[in-house]
Design a protein around this ligand. Structure first.
Ligand SMILES: O=P(O)(O)OC[C@H]1O[C@H](O)[C@H](O)[C@@H](O)[C@@H]1O
Length: 485
């Protein structure tokens, strides 16, 4: 039997590939057939399956193709009326008690990419057991196809509609109603202004209108569909938000907000034009939820995320938890217990009462409320937090290392011979959860891990002062160079 020539991995956050290379109609049909088989075997074949898509090139056509295959397998399909953020589709899965959803998105990747992810019935990122089962089905479908069997069943969309199998759904109203109940519906004081950068993505139908309903004056940037994302990538990092930063500086007194291509990540620029890292934003939101709203659920963060969250948790007497990188691990805790805030360094956040999936729309609305009600800049808020729980300066360095062998060698070395001292300090603890994390006696730490989405190793560092961050980074770079990278 022939071995499938294309490896389709559902690993970190769905399957992502370059359009017309591996992301083809053919492969999307195969993957959808595999998901239909999975749903059948999981006993979920009688419930509706939702299909949504972001603003990427041809995403709506791929979504139609997905719908044709689902209908061909006699599954009831709810195809969204227009492009939709990932968190909105995740909410719709819960709200409509669907069997799950298929989302066509490559999130913040460059324009040549598209992707497909499956959102299970619990309305959050698929856990490894689900993605493993789908990957197994993909291999089966590929093998059957290689042996000449017709494995993919499709139905014409119009025929599907006539048969009542395919419906158009608009999840917007239910989501917005729910979102406002979490963020708070009380109008903000007059004169609050923000600049919102939709990054040509799906957030453009949601954020500005929700803010306007709270009485905020919104200046919009890039709020139309552009599958080329203006020549960049829809990733809300400082590098990609330069126009937003300039717009905030020129306006004096407005806050800058952004969401990524499928609006599950956030970006925030303070009123003076300073970009705040997601770690800083998470600290501000955690402090507000614990301090002002007096929420008492745990704080969950990934191993790469700021420890300021742990210190805030300790101050307010709630549990802090650490997970591997990936919001699926945070989401798993949100389904298990009352979590005040779940967050990750790459720009993911959700809170108690909301979906177990990261939501950039929620994040930027909450930050606007915190900023407007507090009446001080976000940086001053952060400085006050640091005064209470101790200062922290963080940095992430992406090191292009393609070879899996080299990555493994470096991490194996660190795990098997952990250092006793680093940057002149005693090593207090080594955590081997996702990569290797070294925590020093002062509480400063660094983590080196292999990215699950790019051919990189990521180094994350945090210390009370920038000098120590520099010192730790220098020694890690020396080690990496010694290990042949
Ligand atoms: O493994 P990395 O490349 O660091 O990527 C990690 C990120 O991947 C995806 O975007 C997931 O949705 C995030 O939850 C995760 O933080």
């Amino acid at each position: 039997m022939e071995v499938p020539s294309v490896t389709i991995r559902f690993g970190t956050d769905g399957w992502r590939a370059v359009i017309a290379d591996q992301f083809t109609y053919h492969n999307v049909r195969l993957v959808t057939q595999a998901i239909a088989n999975y749903l059948g075997e999981a006993g979920l074949g009688r419930r509706e399956v939702l299909v949504g898509y972001d603003t990427r090139f041809a995403a709506e056509h791929f979504a139609q193709e997905v719908s044709r295959v689902l209908a061909g397998n006699s599954l009831a399909v709810g195809l969204t009326a227009s492009d939709v953020p990932t968190p909105v589709l995740a909410h719709a899965v819960l709200h409509r008690r669907a069997a799950g959803a298929i989302m066509l998105t490559a999130s913040h990747n460059p324009p040549q990419y598209l992707g497909l992810k499956f959102i299970p019935e619990y309305g959050g990122p698929a856990q490894s057991d689900v993605t493993a089962a789908i990957e197994e089905q993909i291999v089966r479908v590929q093998r059957a196809e290689a042996s000449g069997n017709m494995v993919v069943r499709t139905l014409d969309l119009e025929q599907g509609r006539r048969q009542g199998l395919v419906d158009t759904v608009d999840p917007r109203i239910d989501y917005v109603e729910h979102l406002m109940s979490v963020v708070g519906t009380a109008p903000l004081s007059r004169g609050v202004e923000v600049v919102y950068d939709a990054m040509y993505g799906t957030g453009r139908h949601y954020v500005a209108e929700a803010l306007e309903n709270l009485g905020v004056r919104v200046h919009r940037l890039h709020d139309r569909r552009d599958p080329l994302f203006g020549g960049g990538a829809p990733e809300p990092t400082a590098q990609h938000l330069q126009e937003l930063i300039r717009a905030v500086r020129s306006r004096q007194g407005a806050l800058g907000l952004a969401t990524d291509g499928d609006a599950d990540r956030f970006g925030v620029v303070d009123e003076d034009g300073t970009y705040l890292t997601p770690n800083e934003v998470l600290a501000i939101v955690a402090d507000y939820l614990l301090g002002v709203r007096q929420m008492r659920g745990s704080i969950v963060r990934t191993v790469a995320t700021t420890h300021v969250l742990d210190r805030l948790a300790a101050q307010f007497g709630v549990t802090a938890r650490e997970t591997p990188v990936g919001f699926k691990h945070v989401g798993a805790w949100m389904r298990r217990e009352n979590v005040t805030l779940g967050g990750e360094e790459s720009g993911g956040m959700s809170i108690a009462g909301h979906i177990p999936e990261k939501d950039g729309i929620l994040a930027v609305l909450l930050v606007t409320r915190i900023w407007a009600e507090g009446g001080i800049s976000l940086r001053r808020r952060l400085a006050a937090i640091h005064e209470r729980v101790g200062p922290a300066t963080g940095r992430r360095v992406d090191m292009p290392i393609a070879s899996d062998e080299v990555k493994r060698r470096i991490l194996d070395h660190l795990a098997s011979q952990p250092p006793d001292r680093w940057a002149g300090q005693r090593v207090d603890k080594v955590v081997v959860m996702d990569g290797v994390k070294v925590i020093l006696e002062s509480g400063a730490w660094w983590l080196l891990r292999a990215s699950g989405t790019e051919p990189l190793m990521r180094l994350y560092l945090e210390a009370p002062d920038a000098g120590l961050v520099d010192g730790m980074e220098r020694e890690v770079r020396q080690l990496v160079a010694r290990m042949g990278a």
